[in-house]
Design a protein around this ligand. Structure first.
Ligand SMILES: NC(=O)c1ccc[n+]([C@@H]2O[C@H](COP(=O)([O-])OP(=O)(O)OC[C@H]3O[C@@H](n4cnc5c(N)ncnc54)[C@H](OP(=O)(O)O)[C@@H]3O)[C@@H](O)[C@H]2O)c1
Length: 248
């Protein structure tokens, strides 16, 4: 990672963002490009061109492992230095929102949240991590959430979302331990972006304290700054937008 961005931290020359049409994912592509990242693989369900310089679109679906495998294979000759998984759901496409009480649990909805927030990112790791170099640093990061922290949970609710992110955090730790055996310089991390103005947070913004909601561009800049400062000793941890470790 030779390039140093505006922040003074490392910025990769190449990256892949899974979830490039999301609020945070698109902003990550834009900020990476603005900071000098030359090649950005920008993945979404539609495979849409997001209009960011240097961004090459590709299509994948978290619920279709073959599409993830094909996306990873398309990067195998020149694997990106950073892979960021910026996908995720809080409200399902059916309109079913996060459960406030266990009385609202529905097995199908719960399985869908886990498929999208936990299993999909894990399958991306399954197909992308084997491409990573053993002799230099790489970063694999997935957007998690502070509410996935068990020790930090003082409020309850949002059962499937919280549990799916806690499970994602466990998998990231497991993958970090496994990769450390062969890829000493690898970094695998989870990220909490803060409360970001996006389609995901939009239904829950009305009661936020003033100043808590941040714009996607600012959030993306924060996350890139955090990732650029990480080293192998940080692998397996979850970081918030200020670079502080989120406890398990
Ligand atoms: N916004 C916040 O305040 C906040 C706070 C904490 C954590 N996070 C986390 O940050 C991440 C990004 O959130 P966001 O705010 O950017 O949400 P968003 O704007 O709703 O974006 C969600 C992304 O997930 C993708 N996605 C959903 N289902 C998919 C599928 N089956 N296959 C492939 N992609 C799929 C969407 O793709 P399409 O464009 O194809 O729908 C979109 O790119 C999530 O993991 C979220 O939990 C966000």
């Amino acid at each position: 990672m030779e390039r140093v961005g505006k922040s003074g931290n490392a910025v990769p020359l190449s990256a892949a963002v899974f979830g490039s049409t999301g609020g945070i994912g698109r902003a990550l592509c834009q900020e990476l490009a603005d900071r000098g990242c030359e090649t950005i693989h920008a993945g979404s369900r539609s495979g849409a061109d997001i209009g960011v310089s240097g961004a090459a679109p590709f299509a994948f679906d978290l619920t279709n492992e073959s599409s993830i495998e094909a996306a990873a294979l398309s990067m195998k000759d020149d694997p990106p230095e950073w892979i960021i998984v910026a996908t995720g759901v809080l409200t399902l496409e059916s309109g079913e929102g996060p459960e406030r009480t266990f009385k609202r649990l529905d097995a199908g909805a719960m399985a869908e949240v886990f498929a999208l927030n936990t299993i999909g990112p894990a399958l991306i790791a399954k197909h992308v991590l084997p491409l990573m170099p053993r002799d230099r640093q790489f970063v694999f990061a997935a957007l998690s959430a502070r509410v996935g922290s068990i020790s930090d949970n003082g409020l309850g609710g949002w059962h499937s979302y919280r549990a799916s992110k806690a499970a994602l955090n466990m998998l990231l730790k497991n993958f970090a331990l496994e990769m450390q055996r062969t890829h000493k310089q690898g970094v695998i991390a989870g990220l909490h972006p803060g409360t970001v103005d996006s389609a995901l947070s939009e239904p829950f913004q009305s009661n936020l304290p003033d100043g808590q909601l941040i714009e996607p561009g600012e959030a993306a800049g924060n996350l890139i700054h955090v990732l650029g400062g990480l080293g192998p000793q940080d692998s397996g941890k979850i970081f918030d937008f200020a670079g502080k470790v989120v406890p398990a």
